[in-house]
Design a protein around this ligand. Structure first.
Ligand SMILES: Nc1ncnc2c1ncn2[C@@H]1O[C@H](COP(=O)(O)OP(=O)(O)OP(=O)(O)O)[C@@H](O)[C@H]1O
Length: 285
């Protein structure tokens, strides 16, 4: 789907009928995948998140927006287990989640990209994306070192999946290039590839367009929509570019000073007076 076609994505009805018109199975938003219930997160005297509840539905693109310091990154870090909230419950795929380590959460099918790219700069695109398969590797160190039966079969399968992702993201030409030498927009795309390599059920994107020029943003939008469409991946993203959010998100949750001030479709959120005030910097005294 092109960026222009994506403009219709915020209108579910138009979006579905457009897909149907092209004979493509329309994307169906399903039941709740993740539920955050009354989450409160404090850092000493600072309350980064205060009593916030929202859900994420299967196959949707859910945006988390808000001014600087609103609590967006903290919320993403709660979802992927970097931070443990002092209060509240997190439900994922029908089960209440206890305190878990980030790698256990990754094994549950939650992957993320970071605001500041977190790739191995000296390693090639291919090898960086391969690291995304780590949580799926079943053979042990000795089997891999000896390149024995199941280790060999497993490596071939991992490489096949990585090559598919490289084709999907149209980065064949840079597969052997150390990522430190790539322009910023391409590094962001490689980071998306690494997250996809884990075959996530829920993909968390922390400011995927930050620092990009218009063309790079259009490309990234297209890839996010394609991931959502073709793999059916549920996506939660933080993004500062309002145009992008309004174009690609199905629903938007708005945070301000650690509180939730809006939640709904892009149209609903755009018309919400609290949201308008927060973005215009109206005093909250
Ligand atoms: N590790 C931490 N220790 C102490 N305070 C923190 C920590 N992380 C975040 N905070 C505080 O929590 C609040 C929310 O920060 P957070 O980074 O989640 O906001 P944000 O909406 O992602 O902001 P930005 O858009 O600037 O990235 C801020 O007041 C911030 O200073």
């Amino acid at each position: 789907m092109s960026i222009h076609a994506a403009e219709a994505a915020s209108d579910d009805v138009a979006y579905a009928s457009q897909e149907e018109a092209h004979g493509i199975e329309p994307r169906r938003i399903g039941g709740t995948v993740m539920e955050m219930k009354n989450i409160t997160l404090r850092f000493g005297g600072v309350t980064a998140i205060k009593d916030i509840s929202f859900d994420i539905k299967e196959h949707e693109i859910r945006a988390i927006i808000g001014p600087n310091g609103a609590g967006k990154s903290s919320m993403l870090n709660v979802i992927n287990g970097f931070y443990h909230p002092q209060e509240g419950e997190i439900w994922f795929r029908g089960a209440k989640r206890g305190p878990m380590k980030p790698y256990e959460i990754a094994q549950q099918g939650i992957a993320r990209t970071f605001q500041n790219i977190a790739l191995f700069k000296g390693m090639t695109t291919l090898d960086n994306i391969m690291t995304g398969r780590m949580t799926m590797m079943k053979t042990n160190f000795w089997q891999q070192a000896m390149w024995w039966g199941s280790a060999q079969r497993e490596e071939v399968e991992h490489r096949r999946r990585v090559e598919e992702i490289i084709d999907f993201l149209e980065i064949q030409a840079i597969r052997k290039t150390p990522v430190g030498r790539l322009p910023y927009g391409l590094q962001k795309r490689v980071e998306l590839g690494r997250a996809l390599a884990a075959e996530p059920k829920l993909l968390l994107l922390d400011e995927p367009m930050a620092g990009m020029n218009v063309e790079e943003k259009e490309d990234m939008c297209r890839f996010i929509l394609d991931v959502n469409d073709e793999f059916g991946t549920t996506i939660a993203l933080i993004e500062h570019d309002m145009g992008v959010v309004m174009d690609i998100a199905d629903r938007v949750v708005v945070l301000d000073y650690g509180r939730k001030i809006g939640d709904g479709t892009p149209e609903e959120v755009r018309a919400n007076q609290d949201v308008i005030d927060a973005y215009l910097g109206v005093s909250h005294d």
